[in-house]
Write a protein that binds this ligand. Sequence first.
Ligand SMILES: Cc1ncc(COP(=O)(O)O)c(C=O)c1O
Length: 389
Amino acid sequence: MGKMEIPMQFETACIHAGQTPDPTTGAVMTPIYQTATYVQDGVGRHRGYEYGRTGNPTRTALEASLAALESGQFGLAYASGMAAIDSVLHLVAPGEHVLAGNDVYGGTYRLFERVLRPYGLDFSYVDTTDLEQVISALRPNTRMLWIESPSNPLLRVTDIPAMVRIAHNHSKSSLVVVDNTFATPYLQRPLALGADLVVHSTTKYLGGHSDIIGGAIVGKDTSVHEQLAYLQNAVGAIPGPMDCFLTLRGIKTLAVRMDRHAENAAKVADYLAAHPKVNQVYYPFHASHPQVELARQQMRSGGGMVSFTLKGGAAESIRVAESTRLFTLAESLGGVESLIEVPAAMTHASTADSPLAVSPDLVRLSVGIENAGDLLEDLSQALASAQKH
Ligand SMILES: Cc1ncc(COP(=O)(O)O)c(C=O)c1O
């Protein structure tokens, strides 16, 4: 144990935080405790674990790792990003209001509007890059401010410390929640910037290999931890031990993967911005991004996500998305492999006909860690072949 208590930089924490050799066997990698229940030495006398929904040592290691990476006091792991988001929303009572960014993941919007609104929670949406809009949208019953930064799919960057000041001035009990899925804690740590809670779809960069579905909540307040841990057990949307193991394995390479994702994505953004068929590129560290200065202050790099529109409109965007050979046409993001999609028809279809609807000509890329030249070559041939149709 002593060895693990030395202060760790982020890259070291990715590999070691929460993960000491297994005390019973000495296994260096955290074992997959594939068990539903645990023996009790006497009635009510257990060794820290009673039942697999309540706790599992592989999950405990993942939760400690997540807490360390986000500079939090606690981490909780879930069966999916949506399960984590749903749990956070249990902190809001019927009759209370949640103010959310108007560029959030389509599934988040669907959960808020179609599942939680009928239970009496109130939601409204603003452009969180405009502080005046945020201030004037607050209501006396606003309990939570929900931010994605960078956002999905427009890569908008929200000033997290400013949101925290606005929300906490409004009410001491209001919670600022940041979905940090796109940035990851390697690029941006919202809790250190004053946010109350961070959520993740660990399906994405934390897992990193498109082989698990998972979610996480990280926070710092003990009473919020108690409420969320109670809910985690009571509701039961927990990940299995195998998925916890795979997420831990993915996390070990998070820092090196993110560096390569960002290096490749910056090259892709530059390439697209100079292409005559491209209308607009969305990438937080690109000179054309309206919040490039803020992005550079708040994030270590621009990350791996790039969106763009084409001068030829939606039909051409669809042709490009169907013409790539290395970029796989698929939903999701954050894996080592490059993906391409059209959000309006795929990941964000549930925002259709809503104020959050995404332009049908927007193409979103999850830039992987392949050779950058190969990726540019693939985009070049896809843009050229789309032209010929
Ligand atoms: C920003 C963001 N948050 C949350 C989610 C939901 O996560 P999951 O698919 O793991 O439930 C996604 C999924 O795409 C996402 O992109």
